[in-house]
Design a protein around this ligand. Structure first.
Ligand SMILES: Cc1cc2nc3c(=O)[nH]c(=O)nc-3n(C[C@H](O)[C@H](O)[C@H](O)COP(=O)(O)OP(=O)(O)OC[C@H]3O[C@@H](n4cnc5c(N)ncnc54)[C@H](O)[C@@H]3O)c2cc1C
Length: 412
């Protein structure tokens, strides 16, 4: 019998495993899929260069504990990004000069309003506190959808504002997923083993899996709220019910990417990091130019934009992205495309969405989750992070914190 069974080998599970290893505890991580990293996944096979299907930016890089890991493991990240070079194709033309500045101010004003509402603990929908965005409402809305993976009507302003944004964000060129996977090197991980039921019995925990029953002194569950809310794991312990109840108020939103490789860089994008394309009638797409290659771009779709386009699977996502690229760059763009790949986080049965977003009226949800004591069955994930919510480093830290608590309180 090991001290701890950790369920899930994403950033949180690996964070927990590393803490247990450092404390000299015995443990086993079980992972349902055949891959380590969960929502940290660097796809090295479908495109000419590796690209991150999930996390890609070391958010809050000036305080992010994974930067030290990146340095230790030789991961390549970029400190200087083309942050000031944003473009916006709106209904037939590229915005210029002052128009772009007005757009930039509209984005800033939206986030200022959300943080002000949060400061005042206004537990209402983000949509309810937004100032009039003027002519650029479509793109402002889509940025909010990407940040929360949720529509502004479905996200608590107060809950969102708990995120402490240091506005220092560095892309991991060698792949954030690759970094997380390499952090796990040497940890005892069994892939292809799914937890099906977890229950506490006197003095220990029993985990029923797709490959037999495991017994440990404690368990740490790190699956997404999407998986928890779908009831994919049965918990036969009454102490766990409050976690499941709170998780219902912070479901995973949607966020999908379409990666496009091109024969040559997109014209006019030489100094651009992001651009948006918004058709006359329809939602915009945000596009990141991978500035270390210029020949790969990643189209980002968030909230209901991602959910609706993704409802038709990869074809729907590709069509959505290409339709917009054609508008901005002409129909001969198709001949420039050498490869394309899409994510499918929503359809992934072991993730079921993008990341957690707190519903209006439930701003305390993350605090409640973090504070709940559930005996020998602990929980960690991006949903259990407050100021670093919904991020890879938040998930990692949550895993570290819960492992430390387990060692202190249950394994003493
Ligand atoms: C499109 C997208 C872009 C993002 N961009 C960024 C970014 O730039 N920067 C950033 O910091 N964050 C970003 N994030 C968020 C970040 O990826 C996640 O917050 C973080 O990776 C979550 O880690 P986790 O360990 O909490 O969960 P997960 O990564 O979901 O790990 C849980 C693991 O549990 C496994 N599992 C599920 N069910 C079972 C079961 N029954 N038994 C065993 N194992 C099971 C899963 O397969 C998974 O591996 C992004 C996410 C998405 C989707």
């Amino acid at each position: 019998m090991v001290d701890v069974v950790v369920i899930g080998a994403g950033a949180a599970g690996i964070g927990a495993g590393l803490a247990l290893q450092a404390a000299g505890r015995s443990f086993m991580i079980i992972e349902a899929t055949d891959r380590i990293g969960g929502r940290a996944f660097t796809d090295k096979s479908s495109m000419p260069l590796p690209w991150d299907q999930g996390c890609h930016w070391l958010h809050c890089a000036d305080v992010n504990p994974l930067v030290a890991w990146a340095d230790r493991l030789g991961a390549r990240y970029r400190k200087q990004v083309r942050q000031d070079h944003y473009q916006y194709w709106l209904k037939g033309r590229w915005l210029e000069g002052e128009e772009l500045a007005v757009y930039g101010r509209a984005v800033d004003a939206a986030f200022d309003a959300v943080y002000e509402a949060s400061r005042l603990r206004q537990d209402v929908a983000v949509a309810d506190v937004l100032p009039d965005p003027g002519p650029y409402g479509g793109a402002v809305r889509h940025i909010l959808q990407l940040m929360a993976s949720q529509d502004p009507e479905l996200e608590s302003a107060s809950g969102y504002g708990d995120y402490e944004d240091t506005e220092t964000n560095w892309p991991v060129i060698s792949g954030y997923g690759d970094l997380i996977e390499r952090m796990a090197a040497g940890l005892p991980i069994r892939t292809g083993v799914a937890a099906q039921a977890v229950r506490e019995v006197p003095g220990s925990v029993v985990v029923e899996t797709s490959d037999g029953t495991l017994r440990a002194r404690a368990a740490i569950v790190t699956v997404s709220t999407g998986v928890l809310n779908a009831g994919k794991i049965r918990f036969d312990s009454p102490e766990v019910q409050p976690v499941l109840d709170v998780a219902q108020t912070m479901p995973c939103g949607s966020y999908e990417k379409v990666c496009v490789a091109l024969r040559r860089p997109l014209p006019g994008m030489e100094s651009t990091l992001f651009f948006s394309v918004e058709p006359e009638d329809g939602d915009p797409v945000n596009v990141q130019v991978l500035d270390w290659t210029d020949q790969m771009v990643i189209c980002h779709l968030g909230g209901s934009v991602a959910r609706d386009a993704g409802a038709e699977g990869a074809e729907g996502l590709r069509a959505f992205a290409m339709e917009r690229l054609r508008l901005a760059f002409g129909s001969n763009i198709d001949a420039e495309v050498t490869a394309m790949a899409t994510t499918s986080w929503e359809r992934n049965p072991f993730v079921m969405g993008a990341y957690s977003a707190v519903m209006p009226g439930h701003a305390q949800a993350r605090r409640d989750l973090i504070g709940l004591h559930t005996g020998r069955i602990g929980f960690a994930s991006e949903a259990f992070a407050l100021t670093w919510q919904a991020t890879a480093h938040g998930a990692y830290q949550s895993g570290q914190d819960v492992a430390a608590r387990m060692i202190r309180e249950e394994l003493a």
